[in-house]
Design a binder for this molecule. Structure first.
Ligand SMILES: C[S@@+](CC[C@H](N)C(=O)[O-])C[C@H]1O[C@@H](n2cnc3c(N)ncnc32)[C@H](O)[C@@H]1O
Length: 407
């Protein structure tokens, strides 16, 4: 494993992956850290914010290069913060020395405000902000809009991304949200982005997120920026909606990788209409914005509400990797539309973890119902873990599979 220049120890992927060719940092991280060192950006000090730092390369790079001030990592992924803490320990640093701030909290340099998704005035502006360009423009826009009130003309903001992720639209967002923006020459297929804060710029009056819509099946959805299938119904999700099970009354259900919560909410609504309300529903996802969306969507549907009136027992929301924090033998049914965009990059590791966790969390005779692209071959994994797997439905693109925990 090669070291990221300026960090001085091996950063590891967390959780570990079977693919040995993957690294915990990329050329954009390297370019950005080199720029900070070579341009003497690290000599000033003050509060620093790193955004979308996947495994801690940027936050730990700042600390290891003597940044004189606090470092905060603002991220939508629960796993990114786990990875940062694991890598800090690996490098002999106190993992709590870097503040982990969820995407749902306002990016204020001062103390955290509980549940503060809206930007809040902060007495101290960030001295340095390093932004890794995220997967979606919607998330970038949300981050820039919410970051702006916490910047001043003395803040230095530098973005970075692989050339294939830095488009004209990406730069346009920096321009519209922060001010005039230039880019660097590409190096190892990575590019830096240099916005200058324009204090005259009119702040966006009506930030587009979270957004509100009614799905074609009548379920109301609230969607925070950057979540899966934002503003549209995914075709795989639609196929699973057409083949949702009808569990017995009082069943404890988990919507695993819940996104906006459409699967669990629809199941709870159907059960209520059948006069067999579920015992409980647990929505969980690795993305803070996804869980915030599921929570807000649940509350927005008539007869649901935050007290969980659509279920006999409780409704729960949690941010985690798969079901790593969920009790064993606690569920009767798990719904799952597993992630697939990362398939080429991360292999099947996440899906294996989800299915293995699901097997542990289900009670005897509990069911895991999954939708996936046919070509992914998830039935093979389910057979390995559960000993059997049935095809509930299939079309030319998707398959709905069900595996039952036998003991
Ligand atoms: C294909 S989307 C499905 C979303 C939603 N259930 C739907 O059908 O619209 C997969 C979801 O899994 C989540 N996810 C990805 N990796 C995860 C992990 N390690 N643990 C939990 N959820 C994860 C993603 O954030 C995403 O919301």
């Amino acid at each position: 494993m090669a070291c990221l220049p300026g960090v001085g120890f091996d950063l590891a992927l967390h959780p570990p992956t079977s693919n040995r060719s993957l690294r915990a940092w990329d050329a954009a991280d390297e370019y950005l850290l080199r720029h900070c060192i070579e341009d003497s950006l690290l000599s000033s000090g003050g509060p620093a914010l790193v955004v979308n730092d996947e495994h801690g390369a940027l936050a730990l790079g700042l600390v290891r290069n003597g940044w004189a001030g606090s470092v905060t990592s603002w991220n939508d992924s629960w796993l990114a913060h786990q990875s940062l803490a694991a890598n800090a320990s690996r490098g002999g640093l106190d993992p709590t020395s870097i503040r982990a701030l969820a995407s749902t909290a306002a990016p204020a340099s001062g103390p955290e405000h509980a549940g503060a998704h809206e930007a809040q005035a902060s007495s101290t502006s960030w001295a340095l902000v390093l932004i890794k360009v995220p997967k979606t423009l919607a998330l970038l826009e949300d981050q820039l809009v919410r970051l702006r009130p916490h910047l001043s003309t003395s803040s230095t903001v530098v973005g970075a991304g692989m050339v294939k992720h830095v488009h004209r639209s990406t730069l346009g967002l920096f321009e519209r949200c922060l001010g005039p923006t230039t880019t660097s020459l590409a190096r190892k297929k990575a590019r830096l982005i240099h916005p200058m804060l324009d204090i005259e710029l009119e702040p966006m009056v009506d930030p587009p997120h979270p957004s509100d819509r009614i799905e074609e099946n009548g379920v109301r959805l609230v969607e925070f920026a950057g979540i899966f299938a934002q503003g549209r119904l995914d075709v795989g999700t639609r196929f699973l909606l057409d083949h949702l099970p009808r569990p017995t009354g009082g069943a404890d259900v988990v919507d695993l990788g819940c996104g906006n919560g459409i699967l669990g909410i629809t199941l709870a609504r159907n059960a209520l209409a059948d006069g067999r309300p579920l015992g409980s529903v647990h929505f969980t996802d690795v993305s803070h914005h996804a869980v915030a969306s599921a929570r807000a969507s649940w509350a927005r549907n008539e007869g649901f509400g935050s007290e969980g009136t659509a279920v006999a027992g409780a409704v729960a929301f949690s941010v985690a990797d798969g079901l790593v924090e969920t009790a064993s033998d606690s569920a009767d049914l798990i719904l799952n539309n597993p992630p697939f965009h990362e398939q080429q990059r991360l292999g099947d590791d996440t899906v294996w973890r989800m299915f293995t966790h699901a097997h542990r969390v289900l009670r005897t005779n509990g069911r895991l119902r999954v939708v996936a692209n046919r070509h992914l071959g998830h039935h093979v994994k389910l057979r390995k873990i559960f000993g059997q797997c049935a095809v509930v439905a299939s079309n030319n693109k998707f398959v709905v599979l069900e595996a039952v925990r036998s003991e």
